[in-house]
Design a protein around this ligand. Structure first.
Ligand SMILES: Nc1ncnc2c1ncn2[C@@H]1O[C@H](COP(=O)(O)OP(=O)(O)OP(=O)(O)O)[C@@H](O)[C@H]1O
Ligand SMILES: [Mg+2]
Length: 936
């Protein structure tokens, strides 16, 4: 990749007609070296981008800055992080000075050490750190030529970096041909289009370099070259003697770059055969390393290269032992002139040379293969696995697809196709790709269309796409049934199939769906993989089976720290969700999110975001949860995932319900039932009922709350295979008790006790004990509430805990235990206020007022002139929240919030947020600060 094109040193000083461009670049370099900045040069082939980059680089060096350069190479194998390797090569020694986590991320990505694959964010910040370090006081110029030919993984990292140079001493300057886009994210980065030279400059260039040209020929060349310096320099060389002196017609007009390439081709064709083979090897290798060329068996290197040097096609940098091509078009021409047999043979030689670099070797073997080659296929499959390990999921799919290409028809080929489909469906989120792959399997190998991996891919597609649970279930079950004995070669796919089937069953929610799944598990017996065994117990029917799996689940959690595989992290997260252990998964789940942000494992990232949201809801981090959910839903939208959205919609609904935004919550619930009912997706129907129940509590409509919770699980039983039954234990019992269904309340509390779910987590212990207290007759309840509140570790679940304090406080007040009651109510109130759970704030405040305590009505008198929504906005703004935060909390756009504020300021007679705060705090200080009355 370092065989970078160059015209030789000092290009800057010899540029004709580029004063303005050079001036602009110098100004950019000056500015960016002191305050950071990025610029991309675009323009047609040969217009002079590389020449301008070099002038900038020379200038930066003169100012004392460090310069790092790299260039993409068109024919180089698709090696992940090759570009980054090239760019950072001069800094490798400095990696030791980075913080340990950054050092680890960087060395794994660059293949210098093994370890768990770095997340995108970790890697990018590590690189940025290294660059900052290199920039020091004098600044650093990063210069990347031919950006679109950089490998994908490096491009993504560079894109991240180029967007984060503000206030650094780092200048980023890159070039690309107009119309050739790669993976580098250019949005928001300044672009400078390099225009062709004007006629005067073109003529000056010709006169300078070809003083003997006849004047009419010069004019003709100026017209034909259209201001393209490469054409101006090369056209004369290609003219025959008579053409030069204007005696013969010039060749017909071809597109310029094509023509230039042909000119180079003509020159290459004149070289001796061994020289051409060496050039071909240099192009296909792409490293420019002369050592590689020495291993090519075509005779003496220097002798053979001399001819190419004389023809001015290449230059040898003897100090660095490198071969440099004068122009990229030369490379295209070399390849264009070679036969496919020559290319294959060259790739074989290169593969031979790279015995100790498995990735490079694999790519060369791939290109050398004529017929399907099982050995090459299996090497490439290995590359796919290793690429996934380095954290580049998309690269892994590409490698796997290449493995498919060279696999002989049959079993292995279908398996790899299916695996690529699976990776694409579940990790990269490329659903269109999956459809194509599955079609290919059906076409080429109909017998295998039902194979395990194909079934997994297809059912992932169904599940991720439209949510056809029953078809997905049928597909997987029939693939499992076709499997007469459990085939070890297929075991990896079998496990995938079972994990997918488990999710299909969970969404479907009907107990009978699990039967085929359980049958396979019992056949597998002790060979059942640990995670699968555990997940079956903690997710499918946790009320009955979770307890027996907790020790084994807990034993797996420490391993998350070094877990690299995003889908495994997400699966462990799923196993933890219903048993309240997500806190242990946070760091790993964030790694998955980072990977997805970098365009890696998207589907896993979405699931990770919602698992984090799930954790955040129960642990009371609601604003952060809403942000995570928005991000996840946006990804679903971008990638066409449907089923994956629902956990996000559910959590968003819960938060809005808890915050009294009943309108938003019910529209979320409507969306869920509208989709889930016709499809029979019971889990999503439960989600909707759960949201509606919480909203109903907020509205004080306890009867509705009872109906919704009882629809999830009838009073007196924890519905089988429905994890939400556990979550709603207290809700159902409270709703029953408050609607005078005392028998139902008692039955439900007893069922929860009997099920033993209290042993699962402190949160469930709290809910079960509180349910018993709520259901207990007056007199018995105090002891049970005390038991609930003495469960250790429940502070981690503030909303649940506050609800228990609230109910207890209400009971105490009714039995005239006012002081005690106030204590619990105040605790509840504080939590609800912090969470922004408005209806609960109201309920707790009302109770406190009923104890005789003066609590603001929630609305300061001066706020009464506002609409309820404006009141909320005013209070939040007065607490110091930004429009964006207020918007997130109230499900409004920041712009709408701004409009409301603008309208409400005059109503309150204030002109600023600060004024608002003063106006409101004066009022609340008067009310809240009042000591309790001594009336008992
Ligand atoms: N203003 C100039 N004065 C003199 N020579 C120039 C000028 N601009 C470019 N050249 C020469 O023209 C040739 C083509 O320029 P260069 O390689 O920079 O083009 P490029 O835009 O990078 O093309 P590509 O997109 O193919 O990489 C080089 O030999 C370069 O030295
Ligand atoms: Mg160039």
């Amino acid at each position: 990749m370092t065989g970078r094109d160059t015209t030789g040193g000092g290009a800057g000083s010899r540029l004709v007609g580029r004063e303005a461009d050079v001036g602009l670049l110098r100004a950019f370099v000056d500015r960016a070296l002191s305050t950071g900045g990025a610029l991309v040069l675009t323009g047609e082939a040969g217009v002079g981008k590389t020449a301008l980059l070099e002038s900038a680089s020379q200038y930066a060096t003169e100012t004392g800055a460090t310069v790092l350069t790299a260039a993409g190479a068109q024919f180089e194998a698709d090696l992940s992080y090759a570009g980054l390797n090239q760019l950072l090569y001069p800094l490798l020694d400095d990696i030791d000075r980075l913080a340990a986590t950054h050092r680890r991320a960087l060395t794994v990505a660059l293949g210098l050490s093994g370890g768990s694959p770095p997340g995108h964010l970790a890697l990018s910040t590590a690189v940025l750190d290294l660059l900052h370090q290199a920039a020091g006081e004098r600044g650093l110029l990063i210069m990347v030529d031919d950006l679109p030919w950089f490998d994908r993984a490096s491009s993504v990292t560079l894109g991240f970096i180029a967007h984060r140079l503000a206030a650094s001493r780092i200048a980023f300057l890159a070039a690309l041909r107009s119309g050739e886009e790669g993976f580098f994210d250019r949005t928001g980065i300044d672009e400078y289009e390099v225009d062709p030279l004007d006629n005067a400059a073109s003529a000056a260039l010709l006169t300078d370099r070809f003083p003997t040209l006849a004047a009419p020929v010069r004019q003709r060349l100026v017209a034909e070259a259209q201001g393209n310096p490469l054409a101006l320099l090369e056209l004369p060389a290609s003219l025959t003697g008579p053409q030069r002196t204007a005696q013969t017609r010039l060749p017909a007009l071809l597109p310029l770059s094509r023509r230039l390439q042909n000119m180079f081709a003509a020159r290459i064709a004149g070289l001796p055969a061994p020289t051409r083979r060496l050039l071909l090897a240099a192009v296909l290798d792409g490293t420019g390393d002369l050592d590689v060329l020495r291993s090519i068996p075509v005779g003496h290197l220097s002798t053979n290269l001399a001819a190419a040097e004389r023809a001015q096609l290449v230059r040898l940098d003897r100090d660095e032992d490198r071969l440099l091509f004068r122009h990229p078009l030369t490379r295209s021409a070399v390849v264009q002139l070679s036969t496919s047999e020559e290319r294959r043979e060259t790739h074989r030689w290169l593969a031979e040379h790279y015995q100790d670099q498995p990735d490079r070797r694999a790519w060369h073997l791939l290109d050398a293969a004529v017929t399907p080659d099982p050995e090459v296929a299996s090497i490439l499959e290995g590359v796919a696995d290793a690429t996934l390990q380095r954290g580049d999921a998309v690269g892994a799919v590409t490698a796997m697809l290449h493995a498919v290409e060279v696999s002989p028809r049959g079993r292995e080929r279908s398996r790899r196709t299916a695996e690529a489909a699976y990776l694409a469906a579940n990790i990269t989120g490329d659903l269109r790709r999956v459809t194509q792959l599955l079609d290919e399997i059906r076409r080429t190998d109909p017998g295998r269309a039902n194979s395990m991996a194909a079934a997994v891919a297809a059912s992932s597609l169904l599940l991720n796409g439209d949510g056809d649970v029953d078809t997905a279930h049928r597909l997987l079950v029939s693939a499992l049934e076709m499997q007469s004995d459990i085939d070890l070669a297929e075991e990896k796919n079998l496990v995938e199939a079972l994990h997918t089937l488990l999710l299909v069953c969970l969404f479907g929610g009907r107990p009978e769906l699990y039967a085929p799944f359980d049958a396979v598990l019992s056949e597998l017996g002790s060979r059942t993989p640990e995670l699968l065994w555990v997940t079956r117990r903690t997710v499918a029917d946790p009320a009955r089976t979770a307890r027996e799996a907790l020790d084994r689940l807990d034993a797996m959690l420490p391993g998350l720290e070094s877990e690299a595989n995003p889908s495994r992290i997400v699966r462990l997260g799923i196993a933890c969700a219903y048993v309240d252990r997500l806190a242990s998964c946070r760091a790993a789940l964030w790694r998955v999110v980072e990977g997805g942000r970098a365009g890696g494992a998207v589907a896993s990232a979405i699931e990770a975001l919602f698992l984090l949201g799930n954790d955040g809801f129960f642990t009371g981090e609601w604003d952060r949860t809403l942000a995570a959910i928005e991000e996840g839903l946006k990804l679903c939208d971008d990638h066409g995932y449907r089923v994956l959205t629902w956990p996000g919609v559910f959590l968003r609904g819960l938060i809005h319900a808890a915050r009294g935004r009943t309108d938003v919550a019910s529209s979320q619930a409507d969306e869920m039932t509208g989709w889930a009912t016709p499809r029979g997706v019971a889990l999503v129907q439960c989600y909707a009922a759960h949201v509606r129940a919480l909203a109903a509590f907020g509205e004080g409509d306890v009867e509705a709350a009872y109906q919704y919770t009882a629809a999830v699980s009838p009073a007196g039983v924890l519905a089988s295979h429905n994890p939400h039954a556990m979550w709603l234990v207290l809700d159902l019992t409270e709703a029953a008790a408050r609607t005078n269904r005392h028998r139902e309340a008692a039955a439900h509390a007893a069922a929860a006790r009997q099920a033993g779910i209290a042993a699962i987590s402190p949160r469930l212990a709290l809910l079960v004990a509180a349910a018993a207290a709520v259901a207990a007759p007056a007199g018995r309840d105090v002891e049970l509430f005390e038991e609930a509140l003495s469960v250790p570790g429940t502070q981690r679940w503030p909303f649940d805990l506050a609800r228990v304090h609230l109910i207890y406080g209400e009971r105490l007040r009714r039995t005239k235990a006012t002081t005690e009651g106030r204590r619990h109510l105040t605790q509840a109130l504080e939590t609800f206020q912090r969470l922004g759970a408005e209806p609960w704030v109201e309920r707790a405040s009302a109770e406190l007022r009923a104890t005789g305590l003066a609590i603001p009505t929630g609305v300061a008198p001066q706020l009464a002139v506002l609409t309820p929504q404006q009141q909320q906005i005013a209070m939040l703004a007065a607490q110091g929240m930004t429009n964006k935060q207020i918007g997130a909390r109230l499900a409004l756009s920041p712009r709408t919030v701004a409009t409301h504020l603008y309208q409400l300021f005059p109503k309150l007679g204030v002109t600023s947020r600060a004024g608002l705060r003063d106006a409101l705090t004066e009022q609340s200080a008067k009310e809240i600060g009042e000591p309790p009355r001594k009336d008992e």
